[in-house]
Design a protein. Sequence first.
Length: 609
Amino acid sequence: MCGIVGYIGNRNSQEILIEGLKKLEYRGYDSAGVAVFTENGLQVKKAKGRLAVLESQLVLTPLNGTAGIGHTRWATHGKPSDVNSHPHTDNSMKFSVVHNGIIENYMSLKEELTAKGHNFVSETDTEVISHLIADIYDGDIVAAVQKAVTRMTGAYALGVLTEYEPDKLVAVRLASPLIIGVGEGENFIGSDIPAILEHTRNVFILNDNEMAVLTRDGVDLMTLEGNFIAREMFRVDWDIVTAEKAGFDHFMLKEIHEQPKAYRDTMSSRISPEGDRITLNELSMTPEYIKDINRVHIVACGTAYHAGLVGKSVIEKLARIPVEIDVASEYRYRSPIITKDTLVIVVSQSGETADTLAALREARRCGARVLAITNVVGSSVAREADDVITTWAGPEIAVASTKAYTSQLIAFYLLGLHLAQTLGSQTPEFIAEVITAMRHLPEQVETILGQAETIKAFAEEIAVHNDLFFIGRGLDYAVAQEGSLKLKEISYIHSEAYASGELKHGTLALIEEGVPVIALATQRDLLEKTVSNIKEVKARGAHVMGIGVEGEEELKKAVDTMFQIPKTLDVLSPALSVIPLQLLAYYASLARGNDVDKPRNLAKSVTVE
Ligand code: M6R
């Protein structure tokens, strides 16, 4: 996710901006830039790549000045490139903007401003903001920003400078984080506390629809209507490492808690304003092409493969198209039957996984159309696929994937519904019902996160065991496989996931007194059968934790410990039932004293075959 830093004071701003951006590197980025008031006016320097590239340019031609804004960009609209990097300016170069978030109506604003003579140079949504503010400005930057934001829909944290008022730095936020650092004769803005912690521990947290006007001598907080806000300053007593994790002990826990936002970000701009249709406008697949698809192949590795298992079921249930699924390292070597009517879906958080990329190339070589579901705009997978659905989970730092997996599930729901509405395989009423239920998922995840203590207690119990089993049927089996991988990966406890009905064909022999079994039972039509399987393992001494939908009394009676997820449609339950499993793995790893974020032998991005 993009990082913002801003400074107004009496010191050289260039160094403060670069140092601040370095502290935000953990958020992920692909390019960076700064804008500084120099004696020659507002000057901008930006470069694709690591901060070191920008730094080396600034060594050659420094931007000297005591006020400026800086940005690290995580590409959304438009590939990573110098020109798409922030800060963005208007044509007069008098206004400069850094932005974190997405302006959903940027196309219509761009058309309007182009008609008025504004000339756009980048592919970004952000550039419209600098032009819009310049267009509105009539001598008061605060008023211009206030008016501009009323024209914008979406999410934003903004830092704005204008050469006409060089003693002001204006900041505003809606649904993207922004904090204000208060110093002595100098003030700061930042996407996150680490960006400014070296200079001050006194911070205002900006809320949605609030703005701040910073001068060298003070900070005014106000509403978008211009009413001043009196707020107590927050004194940061975390160290820098804790601050990067927003107060969480580990990136993994932070990322688990970021899932409600990731769900909202991934789905919100892809649902019609009436809430009854999916609008995957980014796809170039025509209805004619969709009608000709005779099979879908899903190909991915690890956790992304597990998201694909759910995706298979979702596409088959909703769109009624047959789906095959493979781990990417096997796909090429089994001579899959790929024709031009095969839609190959590759799923990858990083977009750089070597096996997935090789499978993508093989599919294209055989004439298939490839759709990528990835979290990284501009990644190799995104560049080489015919179509891309980007998951807006934000950068995932912990090796164990959490928010990327659940955002991939959301992407599959969106795709399944899109195919269904194009093919007419589901009624409009049913599609609207699924969308309504999907929109409740973020708050339902928050409810689950509020019960983390129950999971923690169970995790501490299982942490002393060396073997454990996950069981489930249908979609629950798919989620069980992800739960098992998560646990193995970071707690190093051996675990296996089994289709509940398969137990008696061999695995039941491993169940003995005290063996922990996690039983997923969220699928109503399979509940009775799953309860029978739970009784089978209980009869052999297993200690069972059930994960089911609230109100299922039979299940509750059958297990030793019950974790209830809120009610949703069966097809959507993986987006909820996986959350306790992520927490289980996290707390078990913690109880065993492991390095949660960097498990042994594993890398975040696997770029070798
Ligand atoms: O970046 P990708 O999604 O392509 O990565 C695939 C796997 O390496 C990845 O999901 C891995 O299994 C995770 N570390 C699991 O948490």
